[in-house]
Design a protein around this ligand. Structure first.
Ligand SMILES: Nc1ncnc2c1ncn2[C@@H]1O[C@H](COP(=O)(O)OP(=O)(O)OP(=O)(O)O)[C@@H](O)[C@H]1O
Ligand SMILES: [Mg+2]
Length: 340
């Protein structure tokens, strides 16, 4: 039987199930999700997942499919029913964490508008609001006052809605307010949000400060960012070593090298040799990014098909369940040629 015949059979079976057992939720496991999305959804498939989906993403997808099918009373109190928590961190400041976190969040929100929240965990000097041109009524400072932290419903009233549908827990307006926010508060906040949202994207302050460590307790994916200079790459190596020593819950690690350009003497291969692992994402240095920061509109918010957007989209695709295999990515989604 050919691959296409097997597929026809699977979709035919899905169609018959849909007719006879409408409360059964069906998922299609495929390495061609983009191509098959339409025929599969028409046949009654609830969602498409790739064979290498993470356990957490699979849990979320199953729960979501069951809820949509109305077949179960799955509750968000169920600790197993959690979304993907993606933390963007770096040992050094100014390397592009906020740029990558906001682009990633906006990109994920375009696929899951009501299911994506971005948290500004750069507690003192967070600038997510500026990067997204938001003027929040409430901030993370309000979350730790009164009874808001008791349940997700209260916390959700403090989120600011971005034009893409993305929800944002914005950073405090003055660093003084930041003193009241403890690492335990951060843990409670992330715990509540991950039960409600499919994607929780977290922007952090430089270094492994206590608030970031709290976030790492919940993190399913850690994106470590460095720029192409010796202090940044050395810091990256030290942070990776420290993460090995800390007894944190396992999170998939992804390394992004940002602001890559001519000059400076270091190459992506040098970074890989220094850290002893491949670089996953390579983002070039570009004045377009500076302009987008200044406008308060992440590049992925605006339409366009240039290489820079494709590079940023690779990060979004890594976390999205419906992932298009793009040229330049190998089977694991890794930047092809990054190790050379
Ligand atoms: N690839 C890039 N090319 C050119 N400029 C960039 C690039 N990435 C980020 N920048 C610019 O670098 C500056 C710092 O970026 P960003 O605020 O994202 O860094 P950060 O790591 O969040 O900094 P901090 O540690 O202070 O929070 C911004 O002005 C941003 O526009
Ligand atoms: Mg920042």
């Amino acid at each position: 039987m050919t691959r296409e015949e097997t597929l026809d059979d699977s979709l035919g079976l899905a169609g018959r199930f849909q007719e006879q057992f409408p409360l059964v939720a069906m998922l299609l496991i495929t390495d061609r999700p983009t191509e098959l999305a339409l025929p599969a959804l028409r046949a009654g498939v609830r969602d498409l997942v790739e064979p290498d989906i993470s356990v957490d993403a699979m849990r979320w997808t199953l729960r979501h499919a069951i809820e949509k099918a109305g077949a179960s009373g799955a509750s968000s109190d169920d600790p197993q029913s959690v979304g993907r928590v993606i933390t963007v961190a770096s040992p050094k400041g100014g390397v592009g964490k906020t740029t990558l976190a906001t682009n990633l969040a906006v990109g994920l929100a375009q696929q899951s508008p009501t299911g994506t929240v971005l948290v500004d965990l750069d507690i003192q000097f967070g600038d997510v609001s500026a990067a997204l041109d938001l003027d929040p009524t409430y901030t993370i400072g309000d979350a730790v006052h009164g009874s808001t932290l008791r349940d997700a419903t209260g916390l959700k009233t403090l989120l600011t809605k971005h034009s893409t549908g993305l929800h944002v827990l914005c950073g405090v307006k003055s660093p003084v307010e930041a003193d009241e926010i403890t690492a335990e508060d951060v843990s409670t906040i992330i715990g509540l949000l991950k039960a409600e949202f499919r994607y929780v994207v977290i922007d952090t302050a430089p270094g492994l400060v206590p608030h970031t460590l709290s976030a790492l307790d919940h993190t399913t994916d850690l994106v470590l960012v460095a720029s192409l200079d010796v202090p940044s790459v050395r810091g990256l190596r030290k942070e990776l070593e420290l993460l090995e020593e800390l007894e944190l819950p396992p999170a998939t690690r992804h390394v992004a090298v940002n602001m890559v350009g001519r000059g400076g003497g270091l190459s992506v291969a040098d970074v890989e040799a220094t850290i002893g692992r491949p670089v996953d994402f390579v983002i070039p240095r570009s004045p377009k990014i500076i302009a987008s920061t200044n406008r308060g509109r992440p590049l992925l918010q605006e339409p366009g098909r240039d290489k820079l957007r494709r590079d940023l989209t690779q990060i979004v695709d890594r976390f999205s369940p419906i992932t298009a295999r793009k040229p330049g990515l190998d089977w694991s989604g890794r930047h092809r040629g990054a190790a050379s």
